[in-house]
Design a protein around this ligand. Sequence first.
Ligand code: SF4
Length: 217
Amino acid sequence: MEIAPVSNPAMDEDARHEICGLGQQGIWITSVEALYNWGRGNSLWPLGFGLACCAIEMIAASMARFDLARFGAEVFRPSPRQADLMIVAGTVTKKMAPQVVRLYHQMPEPKYVIAMGACAISGGPFKQGYNVLKGIDRYLPVDVHIPGCPPRPEALIHGLMDLQRIIAQQKLTGPGRPRHLRADAPAESAVPQHGPHDLEPPFDRALWRPPVLPREE
Ligand code: SF4
């Protein structure tokens, strides 16, 4: 695995040659930020759980034919305390939603969420069902959405690479730094409860708002 050297457009030609020469001798110059992001992006540990048919594709992605291990994400952890990636693979029923959110809360920061498949994104073919959540992004901050019913293992690998790209671009300082480095960011989102008619609250206001549809006159 190669650590990208710092790319500085202001660097003059002599300095560039010098750094290339050091690289040929096995010496790499990089920034703490690039090294930190490289380490996080290439050692994602997914939480080992699945909700429906999409989970079969997720399992296939981790087996020998598709070999998710090539991307540093083969260590599926049975405990949320040891996982930093939640792959929501399958239909999230309203009965299951509080448990999924609670598992997310039990994962340590920095942590990431992939919504895998139409069900996790929007409810999928069960969208009109009274018992199915119309998208896990109502309660969790989803980093990558993978469409499909089901998405193939290659699509999950593509989504994982998208997440690695997002992590590689994160700043450690400044206003654009991610949630886990911001003291003012809320530590937890709402855990829904089963109310008399629906989940309470029906969504986390800090994460999701219903779309405003213009009414036709
Ligand atoms: S998106 Fe399709 S394949 Fe995936 S859990 Fe829903 S119904 Fe099953």
